[in-house]
Design a protein around this ligand. Structure first.
Ligand code: 5GP
Length: 130
């Protein structure tokens, strides 16, 4: 069965899209640690990051770097943290999390955003993605 992220990539489930190329897709996390928390996923559905072929792994990191740079331009933060967990959704994804304190990285403190805020932040990051 297709993962929830494959359904998002295919447009079967809505998301706040941030960036896309031939092989990768980025969208806002629906339950963000912080405003601008973004997930970068390979379109190829693989569960664990270390099981990706090397080309896809390196491509995902390169794509995530570009998305992270766009986030840095838009979201005031000390830095963008990069994290790979994957215990909830078995489809490789890189978390890009704007960090101002260590607690932003803990997946416990969550930010409540309105639909308008999700839309605005995704469009602002998308506009800076190069
Ligand atoms: P992990 O698998 O790394 O533990 O966490 C999965 C992440 O995906 C969580 O931060 C969760 O909020 C996010 N997530 C789960 N389902 C959806 C969804 O349907 N849409 C979006 N945008 N994010 C999701």
């Amino acid at each position: 069965m297709a993962s929830i992220f494959t359904k998002i990539i295919n447009g079967e489930i809505p998301c706040y899209k941030v960036a896309e190329d031939n092989d990768f897709f980025a969208f806002l996390d629906i339950n963000p640690n912080a405003k601008g928390h973004t997930l970068c996923v390979p379109k190829k559905e693989v569960d664990k990051i270390l099981d990706l072929d090397e080309e896809t792994y390196l491509g995902l990191m390169s794509f995530s770097r570009k998305v992270g740079k766009a986030i840095e331009e838009v979201v005031p933060c000390n830095r963008v943290g990069i994290s790979v967990i994957g215990l909830e959704v078995p489809h490789v994804h890189v978390h890009l999390i704007p960090l101002n304190s260590m607690s932003d990285a803990f997946f416990k403190k969550k930010e409540s955003l309105s639909a308008k805020e999700f839309k605005e932040i995704s469009e602002a990051i998308a506009a800076k993605f190069k």
